[in-house]
Design a binder for this molecule. Structure first.
Ligand code: APR
Length: 248
Protein backbone atom coordinates (compact mmCIF):
# COMPACT_ATOMS: atom_id res chain seq x y z
CA UNK A 1 0.00 0.00 0.00
CA UNK A 2 2.91 2.38 0.76
CA UNK A 3 4.06 2.54 -2.83
CA UNK A 4 0.55 3.40 -3.98
CA UNK A 5 0.26 6.12 -1.30
CA UNK A 6 3.54 7.59 -2.59
CA UNK A 7 2.24 7.37 -6.18
CA UNK A 8 -1.01 9.11 -5.18
CA UNK A 9 0.94 11.92 -3.44
CA UNK A 10 3.00 12.40 -6.61
CA UNK A 11 -0.12 12.36 -8.83
CA UNK A 12 -1.81 14.94 -6.58
CA UNK A 13 1.34 17.12 -6.39
CA UNK A 14 1.53 17.16 -10.20
CA UNK A 15 -2.19 17.81 -10.64
CA UNK A 16 -3.67 21.09 -11.84
CA UNK A 17 -7.07 20.41 -10.24
CA UNK A 18 -8.14 17.57 -7.94
CA UNK A 19 -11.84 16.76 -7.40
CA UNK A 20 -12.95 14.27 -4.74
CA UNK A 21 -16.05 12.07 -4.70
CA UNK A 22 -16.80 10.74 -1.21
CA UNK A 23 -19.26 8.26 0.24
CA UNK A 24 -20.40 6.84 3.56
CA UNK A 25 -17.18 4.85 4.02
CA UNK A 26 -15.13 7.87 4.98
CA UNK A 27 -17.49 8.61 7.89
CA UNK A 28 -17.21 5.04 9.25
CA UNK A 29 -14.22 6.13 11.36
CA UNK A 30 -16.49 8.82 12.84
CA UNK A 31 -18.86 6.12 14.09
CA UNK A 32 -21.44 6.50 11.32
CA UNK A 33 -22.36 3.10 9.82
CA UNK A 34 -22.18 2.73 6.03
CA UNK A 35 -25.20 1.63 3.98
CA UNK A 36 -23.72 -1.47 2.31
CA UNK A 37 -21.17 -4.11 3.27
CA UNK A 38 -20.13 -4.93 6.83
CA UNK A 39 -22.44 -3.25 9.38
CA UNK A 40 -24.34 -1.52 6.59
CA UNK A 41 -27.69 0.09 7.41
CA UNK A 42 -29.33 -1.52 4.36
CA UNK A 43 -28.32 -4.92 5.71
CA UNK A 44 -30.75 -4.21 8.57
CA UNK A 45 -33.58 -2.26 6.95
CA UNK A 46 -34.90 -2.20 3.40
CA UNK A 47 -34.06 1.18 1.79
CA UNK A 48 -37.07 0.91 -0.50
CA UNK A 49 -39.33 0.59 2.54
CA UNK A 50 -37.75 3.40 4.56
CA UNK A 51 -35.60 5.64 2.35
CA UNK A 52 -37.81 6.04 -0.72
CA UNK A 53 -39.90 9.19 -1.13
CA UNK A 54 -43.03 7.06 -1.73
CA UNK A 55 -42.45 5.28 1.60
CA UNK A 56 -42.12 8.64 3.36
CA UNK A 57 -45.28 10.00 1.73
CA UNK A 58 -47.19 6.81 2.61
CA UNK A 59 -46.10 6.60 6.26
CA UNK A 60 -43.91 9.48 7.50
CA UNK A 61 -44.26 8.31 11.11
CA UNK A 62 -42.74 4.90 10.29
CA UNK A 63 -39.83 6.46 8.36
CA UNK A 64 -39.18 8.93 11.20
CA UNK A 65 -39.34 6.13 13.82
CA UNK A 66 -37.18 3.57 11.99
CA UNK A 67 -34.73 5.67 9.94
CA UNK A 68 -34.62 9.37 10.65
CA UNK A 69 -34.62 9.32 14.45
CA UNK A 70 -31.68 6.88 14.51
CA UNK A 71 -29.75 8.99 12.00
CA UNK A 72 -30.31 12.10 14.14
CA UNK A 73 -28.99 10.36 17.27
CA UNK A 74 -25.80 9.30 15.47
CA UNK A 75 -25.20 12.51 13.50
CA UNK A 76 -25.81 14.77 16.51
CA UNK A 77 -22.51 13.63 18.06
CA UNK A 78 -20.36 12.58 15.05
CA UNK A 79 -17.00 14.34 14.61
CA UNK A 80 -14.75 14.51 11.51
CA UNK A 81 -12.00 11.88 11.30
CA UNK A 82 -8.56 11.90 9.61
CA UNK A 83 -10.13 11.22 6.20
CA UNK A 84 -12.19 14.43 6.36
CA UNK A 85 -9.28 16.37 7.86
CA UNK A 86 -6.88 15.08 5.20
CA UNK A 87 -9.15 16.33 2.41
CA UNK A 88 -9.42 19.72 4.17
CA UNK A 89 -5.57 19.81 4.25
CA UNK A 90 -5.46 19.05 0.51
CA UNK A 91 -7.67 22.09 -0.05
CA UNK A 92 -5.27 24.22 2.02
CA UNK A 93 -2.38 22.93 -0.11
CA UNK A 94 -4.29 24.49 -3.02
CA UNK A 95 -4.61 21.08 -4.71
CA UNK A 96 -8.17 19.94 -3.97
CA UNK A 97 -10.76 22.33 -5.31
CA UNK A 98 -14.10 20.66 -4.59
CA UNK A 99 -15.53 17.66 -2.79
CA UNK A 100 -18.60 16.05 -4.29
CA UNK A 101 -20.08 14.15 -1.36
CA UNK A 102 -22.93 11.64 -1.21
CA UNK A 103 -22.89 12.02 2.58
CA UNK A 104 -25.44 14.09 4.47
CA UNK A 105 -23.48 14.34 7.74
CA UNK A 106 -21.84 17.73 7.07
CA UNK A 107 -18.48 16.41 8.40
CA UNK A 108 -16.45 17.76 5.46
CA UNK A 109 -17.54 21.30 6.33
CA UNK A 110 -16.90 20.72 10.03
CA UNK A 111 -13.38 19.51 9.13
CA UNK A 112 -12.74 22.80 7.29
CA UNK A 113 -13.47 22.01 3.62
CA UNK A 114 -15.03 25.10 2.07
CA UNK A 115 -16.29 23.90 -1.31
CA UNK A 116 -18.54 20.85 -0.78
CA UNK A 117 -21.26 19.81 -3.21
CA UNK A 118 -23.93 17.94 -1.25
CA UNK A 119 -25.10 15.56 -3.95
CA UNK A 120 -27.73 13.96 -1.69
CA UNK A 121 -28.58 17.05 0.36
CA UNK A 122 -27.84 17.58 4.02
CA UNK A 123 -29.34 16.10 7.19
CA UNK A 124 -28.58 19.26 9.20
CA UNK A 125 -31.80 20.88 7.98
CA UNK A 126 -35.43 19.84 7.94
CA UNK A 127 -38.15 21.42 5.79
CA UNK A 128 -41.92 21.47 6.23
CA UNK A 129 -43.72 19.41 3.57
CA UNK A 130 -46.57 21.95 3.59
CA UNK A 131 -45.20 25.48 3.92
CA UNK A 132 -41.51 24.84 3.16
CA UNK A 133 -40.34 26.34 6.47
CA UNK A 134 -36.74 25.21 7.20
CA UNK A 135 -35.48 24.32 10.65
CA UNK A 136 -32.16 22.93 11.95
CA UNK A 137 -32.42 19.20 12.72
CA UNK A 138 -30.70 19.87 16.07
CA UNK A 139 -33.55 22.30 16.99
CA UNK A 140 -36.35 19.86 16.17
CA UNK A 141 -38.28 18.52 19.15
CA UNK A 142 -38.60 14.74 18.97
CA UNK A 143 -41.43 14.62 21.48
CA UNK A 144 -43.99 13.96 18.78
CA UNK A 145 -43.13 11.72 15.83
CA UNK A 146 -43.32 12.81 13.07
CA UNK A 147 -42.27 16.35 14.15
CA UNK A 148 -44.59 19.05 12.84
CA UNK A 149 -44.12 22.64 11.77
CA UNK A 150 -46.05 25.49 13.42
CA UNK A 151 -48.35 25.34 10.36
CA UNK A 152 -49.16 21.68 11.15
CA UNK A 153 -47.16 20.27 8.23
CA UNK A 154 -44.74 17.36 8.73
CA UNK A 155 -40.98 18.04 8.67
CA UNK A 156 -38.69 15.97 6.40
CA UNK A 157 -34.89 15.99 6.18
CA UNK A 158 -33.35 18.18 3.46
CA UNK A 159 -31.82 15.00 1.99
CA UNK A 160 -32.53 13.28 -1.33
CA UNK A 161 -34.68 10.18 -0.84
CA UNK A 162 -34.53 7.36 -3.36
CA UNK A 163 -36.97 8.25 -6.15
CA UNK A 164 -36.11 11.96 -5.98
CA UNK A 165 -34.06 14.18 -8.27
CA UNK A 166 -30.51 15.18 -7.43
CA UNK A 167 -30.57 18.98 -6.86
CA UNK A 168 -29.97 20.24 -10.45
CA UNK A 169 -27.28 22.75 -9.45
CA UNK A 170 -25.37 20.02 -7.58
CA UNK A 171 -25.63 17.67 -10.54
CA UNK A 172 -24.57 20.22 -13.15
CA UNK A 173 -21.62 21.56 -11.13
CA UNK A 174 -20.44 18.02 -10.30
CA UNK A 175 -20.48 17.05 -13.99
CA UNK A 176 -18.50 20.16 -14.91
CA UNK A 177 -15.89 19.47 -12.23
CA UNK A 178 -15.67 15.76 -13.07
CA UNK A 179 -14.96 16.64 -16.72
CA UNK A 180 -12.42 19.36 -15.93
CA UNK A 181 -10.31 17.81 -13.15
CA UNK A 182 -7.07 15.96 -13.91
CA UNK A 183 -7.21 13.80 -10.77
CA UNK A 184 -10.36 12.41 -9.13
CA UNK A 185 -10.06 10.88 -5.65
CA UNK A 186 -12.92 8.40 -5.11
CA UNK A 187 -13.13 7.69 -1.40
CA UNK A 188 -15.39 5.49 0.68
CA UNK A 189 -18.08 4.79 -1.88
CA UNK A 190 -19.37 1.44 -3.17
CA UNK A 191 -20.12 3.18 -6.50
CA UNK A 192 -23.53 1.49 -6.58
CA UNK A 193 -25.79 4.56 -6.79
CA UNK A 194 -26.29 6.68 -9.88
CA UNK A 195 -25.75 9.38 -10.99
CA UNK A 196 -23.05 9.92 -8.29
CA UNK A 197 -21.15 6.82 -9.42
CA UNK A 198 -21.04 8.20 -12.97
CA UNK A 199 -18.80 11.13 -11.96
CA UNK A 200 -15.59 9.01 -11.99
CA UNK A 201 -16.62 7.68 -15.44
CA UNK A 202 -16.95 11.26 -16.72
CA UNK A 203 -13.59 12.12 -15.19
CA UNK A 204 -11.93 9.13 -16.84
CA UNK A 205 -13.56 9.88 -20.19
CA UNK A 206 -12.06 13.35 -20.02
CA UNK A 207 -8.54 12.15 -19.33
CA UNK A 208 -8.39 12.39 -15.52
CA UNK A 209 -6.47 9.94 -13.34
CA UNK A 210 -9.02 8.19 -11.09
CA UNK A 211 -7.67 7.02 -7.71
CA UNK A 212 -9.88 4.91 -5.41
CA UNK A 213 -9.38 4.79 -1.63
CA UNK A 214 -11.42 1.94 -0.19
CA UNK A 215 -10.66 -1.27 1.78
CA UNK A 216 -12.73 -3.16 -0.83
CA UNK A 217 -12.80 -3.06 -4.64
CA UNK A 218 -15.89 -1.61 -6.33
CA UNK A 219 -17.44 -1.81 -9.85
CA UNK A 220 -15.07 1.04 -10.79
CA UNK A 221 -11.97 -0.98 -9.87
CA UNK A 222 -10.00 -2.27 -12.84
CA UNK A 223 -12.34 -0.54 -15.31
CA UNK A 224 -12.52 3.17 -14.48
CA UNK A 225 -10.02 3.62 -11.65
CA UNK A 226 -6.34 3.78 -12.54
CA UNK A 227 -5.58 2.17 -9.18
CA UNK A 228 -7.14 1.47 -5.77
CA UNK A 229 -5.41 2.03 -2.46
CA UNK A 230 -6.98 -0.71 -0.33
CA UNK A 231 -7.03 0.87 3.09
CA UNK A 232 -9.19 3.01 5.35
CA UNK A 233 -9.67 6.64 4.42
CA UNK A 234 -8.04 8.07 7.55
CA UNK A 235 -4.86 5.96 7.35
CA UNK A 236 -4.43 6.53 3.60
CA UNK A 237 -5.05 10.27 3.81
CA UNK A 238 -2.52 10.59 6.66
CA UNK A 239 0.02 8.81 4.44
CA UNK A 240 -0.69 11.01 1.43
CA UNK A 241 -0.51 14.24 3.45
CA UNK A 242 2.78 13.15 5.09
CA UNK A 243 4.34 12.51 1.67
CA UNK A 244 3.00 15.74 0.18
CA UNK A 245 4.55 17.67 3.06
CA UNK A 246 7.79 15.78 2.35
CA UNK A 247 7.58 16.72 -1.33
CA UNK A 248 7.02 20.44 -0.71
N1 APR B 1 -12.50 4.07 4.68
C1 APR B 1 -12.83 4.11 3.35
N2 APR B 1 -13.84 3.38 2.80
C2 APR B 1 -14.52 2.57 3.63
C3 APR B 1 -14.24 2.45 5.02
C4 APR B 1 -13.18 3.25 5.53
N3 APR B 1 -12.82 3.21 6.83
N4 APR B 1 -15.11 1.56 5.57
C5 APR B 1 -15.90 1.14 4.56
N5 APR B 1 -15.56 1.73 3.40
C6 APR B 1 -16.15 1.56 2.07
C7 APR B 1 -16.86 0.25 1.85
O1 APR B 1 -15.95 -0.73 1.37
C8 APR B 1 -17.88 0.64 0.76
O2 APR B 1 -17.32 0.48 -0.54
O3 APR B 1 -17.14 2.56 1.94
C9 APR B 1 -18.14 2.13 1.01
C10 APR B 1 -19.49 2.42 1.61
O4 APR B 1 -20.46 2.12 0.63
P1 APR B 1 -21.98 2.53 0.88
O5 APR B 1 -22.36 2.18 2.27
O6 APR B 1 -22.77 1.96 -0.26
O7 APR B 1 -22.00 4.12 0.82
P2 APR B 1 -22.14 5.04 -0.46
O8 APR B 1 -21.33 4.51 -1.59
O9 APR B 1 -21.87 6.42 0.00
O10 APR B 1 -23.70 4.91 -0.82
C11 APR B 1 -24.18 5.75 -1.84
O11 APR B 1 -26.44 5.08 -1.35
O12 APR B 1 -28.04 4.55 0.16
C12 APR B 1 -27.59 5.54 -0.65
O13 APR B 1 -27.93 7.82 -0.31
C13 APR B 1 -27.18 6.74 0.15
O14 APR B 1 -25.42 8.30 -0.34
C14 APR B 1 -25.72 6.93 -0.19
C15 APR B 1 -25.58 6.18 -1.50
Amino acid sequence: MDDLIKKAAEDIAAARQVTALTGAGISVESGIPPFRGKGGLWEKIDPMEYAHIDAFSRDPEKVWEVLIKGMKDILDTAEPNDAHKGLARLEKFGKLKTIITQNVDGLHQTAGSTDVIEFHGNFAWQRCTDCGDRCRTSDISMEKIPPRCHCGGIYRPDCVFFGEMIPPDALLRSRTLAMSCDVMLVMGTSAMVQPAAYMPVLARENGARVIEINPEPTPLTGHISDYIIQGSGGVVMNGIIARLEGLS
